[in-house]
Design a protein around this ligand. Structure first.
Ligand code: ADP
Ligand code: ZN
Length: 216
């Protein structure tokens, strides 16, 4: 299974991604997570990426595409993968096409999450992430058992710097300008699955599983 997850920031892509990769037993490739790990490990690329991320801007394509290229050269992607947050503009979609062509791989689905701006802003403002393991929570929709503490590792839950209000608005604008056109890019492929991202985590997952089942 080779899947791409698309949709505005904070729509629930990452949360659904975690459920799907467990189900299909494929690696979860989140470019956002990779950049945060590179920063956490104090790498040069991580520092460059963070300067863009904190402003709510896209990390430059050459860096992003190279990171994806390296990720796709690892062994564990042979039986499939799920992209979460990539491609984020047309140039990245074209770069991905080239990488897939080189390997003679085709995509199985492009899952497009839909939600209103209002909901996105509510979702992002309530989002909390574990400082240690990166697990994602929401103060109302997916609260941890103990406030401020990660269920999985006991780490401290914090708000991402780029989840603060001003940055969120900029990320949304960039989404509409640059990322939404990628859906047009895949329009004729027959791979697009539109999913209502305003529902509960469970209902959204049920919808995704249903359409993926119907596609095979
Ligand atoms: P969200 O889905 O909530 O926007 P992500 O973790 O996917 O969160 O992304 C966080 C930030 O990481 C983005 O705002 C952007 O700066 C950077 N980023 C992630 N993926 C890409 C990408 N494919 N191209 C450029 N920048 C990216
Ligand atoms: Zn944790």
């Amino acid at each position: 299974m080779r899947i791409i997850m698309m949709g505005p920031p904070g729509v629930g892509k990452g949360t659904e991604a975690v459920i799907l990769v467990k189900h299909f037993n494929i690696p979860h490739i989140s470019t956002g997570n990779i950049f945060r790990e590179l920063f956490h490990d104090d790498t040069e690329i991580g520092k460059i990426a963070k300067s863009y991320i904190d402003r709510g801007e896209l990390v430059p394509d050459d860096i992003t595409n190279e990171i994806v290229h390296q990720r796709l050269s690892k062994d564990d992607v042979k039986d499939g993968f799920l992209f979460d947050g990539y491609p984020r503009n047309i140039a990245q979609a074209e770069a991905l096409d080239k990488m897939l062509e080189e390997k003679n791989w085709t995509l199985d689905a492009v899952i497009n999450f839909q939600a209103t701006d209002e909901l996105i802003i509510e979702r992002i403002s309530g989002r909390r992430v574990c400082k240690k393991c990166g697990a994602v929570y929401h103060i109302h929709n997916k609260p941890p058992k103990t406030e401020g503490v990660c269920d999985q590792c006991g780490g401290q839950l914090i708000q991402r710097d780029d989840d603060k209000q001003e940055t969120v608005l900029r990320r949304l604008r960039i989404y509409y300008d640059q990322t939404e056109p990628v859906i047009g890019y895949y329009k004729d492929s027959g791979l697009i699955v539109n999913i209502d991202g305003s529902q509960t985590i469970e209902k959204t997952n049920a919808d995704i599983m249903k359409v993926l089942g119907e596609m095979n």
